[in-house]
Ligand binder design. Structure first.
Ligand code: GLN
Length: 541
């Protein structure tokens, strides 16, 4: 192995799904980063979709978009939020993407007449992708979250690839951490280790021996239980780590620190433990989060609100922005389907701010528009993201510019006033996967706008995921009545931000600021929005 060879940590999951492998991986990475190592995290997902971009949010939660425009799993959002780094297309691999590469190579004749098989061709391609981020010296440690649960048929090629890598990488470059569940049986009043024993056996059958066992649990693990787990699962007793249920996902790094997880990992990887982890900023964030001096309620109007994961990054951004303002933000989910002109005052009257969410398609649109009319007329702080911004434009066109049937052509192709219209470059595209305007684009802010005062910078970059856009034909009409463009994309002259002049806080953005909010660097628009909600609560009502 070369000298600048990165260390690889593979995180597998046992017993059940939803154990929080993503949060665990991000927390471990945070501890290692706080000790001065350069760390990144990647996720391998066992489904056949080439990426999660075509998946319904009800199915898979939010689709997280990276700087380079990859549509990825929402766990990448956790990685970025915890570490303050940027991820990319290479950080999220699906079985579909692996097969696509192998099949394309087969069609190109690259296999020279050989039979193409799961082993070695698929497993080789998986290994190539598992190693790639660690090449070139950019990272000291690459953590790979292996999606799915050990024992699933579809995870097998990944486990086999990890097994082969164990031998190729060698001892101090490879570590397998197995995340498992220790259920508590209320009737017996006992924590049970058997499911973990079974899942480790299953891993062993695939040729993998975990080096560290991380145990999700509702109750503390005592010494005896740890010894039992160590004995049955062939790990050192100090490598049995407790991952106790936490009040906030942001407590997890500190809980794992108490268990000395970082030290154990570093000693197994033969890396120096010279400096103590510096978690000062992280701890400051947690202390502000847990000791709020104010409280606001913000409505989240969307059509996927039944599923928390569908708006993951927005919810996390409110946590970051709330902490920055020492304010507890209670997000009240409002299903846009059920909002109309008659009940809007009842539904929104108590709120200190309203965010209208991103989304696709017609369902719930009129509810969003009714909500926007209400907050605009009642001076309640409003923040519209992507579709939320488009709805604000439609509402203004209908009610202020008196263009009665104004709409986005996504919802009404025949509208006389297509104030939101499909971007020119989108018109010839028919394929759905990866074809939207995706990833990071420049935006130039105009001075003397609220948005400029918030960012305090003229050139910003933000991430996008949409096909429709403000129709510049109408810009003059809007500006003459007080809704103006606060920022445009300089290369294509696309309006990226609309704001109202005579309103305490009414900002709609075509991009997704929630994708860039970090624990240690909350997004300025969210911080300003929460602040506006606090001011509204204290003075405005
Ligand atoms: N459906 C809208 C578009 O494609 C908005 C997309 C979004 O909110 N992400 O432009």
């Amino acid at each position: 192995m070369k000298n600048n060879q990165a260390r690889y940590i593979f995180v597998t999951g046992g017993v059940t799904s939803s154990l929080g492998k993503g949060i665990f991986s991000a927390s471990l990475a945070k501890l290692l980063q706080a000790r001065g190592f350069k760390v990144t995290i990647q996720k391998f997902d066992p489904y056949i979709n080439v990426d999660p971009g075509t998946l319904n949010p009800y199915e898979h939660g939010e689709c997280y978009v990276t700087e380079d425009g990859a549509e990825t799993d929402l766990d990448l959002g956790h990685y970025e939020r915890y570490l303050g780094i940027e991820t990319s297309q290479a950080n999220n691999v699906t079985t579909g993407a692996v097969y696509q590469t192998v099949i394309n190579r087969e069609r190109a004749g690259d296999y020279l007449g050989k039979t193409v098989q799961v082993i070695p061709h698929i497993t080789d391609e998986i290994q190539r992708r598992m190693l790639v981020l660690g090449e070139g010296g950019k990272f000291d440690i690459v953590i790979t979250e292996v999606g799915g649960t050990v024992g699933d048929i579809e995870s097998l090629p990944y486990i086999e690839a990890v097994r082969q890598l164990k031998w190729k990488l060698g001892e101090k470059y490879f570590l397998n951490i197995h995340l498992t569940l220790i259920p508590f049986l209320a009737s017996a009043h006992e924590l049970k280790t058997k499911p973990t024993q079974h899942s480790v056996k299953m891993l062993l059958e695939s040729g993998l021996q975990p080096d560290i066992l991380v145990c999700r649990t509702e109750h503390h693990l005592n010494k005896e239980l740890r010894r039992k787990l160590a004995l049955f699962c062939n790990v050192n007793v100090n490598a049995v780590i407790e991952a106790i249920d936490a009040e906030s996902i942001y407590d997890v790094p500190l809980n794992l620190l108490k268990e000395d997880l970082d030290e154990i990992v570093l000693s197994k990887l033969k890396l120096p433990k010279s400096s103590e982890p510096d978690l000062t900023t992280w701890k400051n964030f947690l202390s502000r989060l847990k000791n709020p001096t104010e409280f606001v309620q913000i409505g989240l109007v969307g059509k996927y609100v039944e599923l928390q994961d569908a708006y993951k990054s927005i919810l996390e951004s409110f946590i970051h922005a709330g902490a920055a303002n020492e304010c507890k933000v209670k997000v009240v989910s409002l299903q846009s389907d059920f909002i109309d002109a008659n009940n809007v005052a009842d539904k929104l009257g108590e709120l200190d701010g309203v965010l209208v969410a991103p989304g696709f398609g017609d369902r719930g649109i009129e509810g969003k528009i009714a909500a926007i009319k209400y907050v605009r007329e009642n001076n309640i702080p409003f923040f519209g993201i992507c579709l939320g911004m488009q709805c604000a434009v439609v509402e203004f066109a209908r009610n202020i510019l008196k263009m009665k049937d104004a709409h986005s052509t996504e919802m009404n192709i025949k509208t006389k006033h297509p104030v939101i219209d499909m971007m020119e470059e989108q018109k010839s595209i028919t394929a759905k996967g990866g074809t939207m305007r995706l990833g990071s684009y420049d935006c130039r802010l105009f001075k003397k706008t609220k948005t400029f005062d918030i960012y305090k910078s003229q050139l910003i970059t933000e991430r996008h995921r949409h096909r429709y856009e403000f129709n510049n034909k109408y810009l003059k009409d809007f500006e003459s009545k007080g809704m103006s463009a606060a920022g445009i994309n300089p290369q294509q002259n696309l309006v990226e931000i609309m704001e109202l002049k005579d309103h305490p806080f009414f900002i709609g953005v075509q991009f997704h600021p929630e994708l860039k909010s970090k624990v240690e660097k909350p997004h300025p628009l969210f911080v300003a929005f929460v602040k506006a909600a606090m001011e509204y609560k204290n003075e405005g009502k």
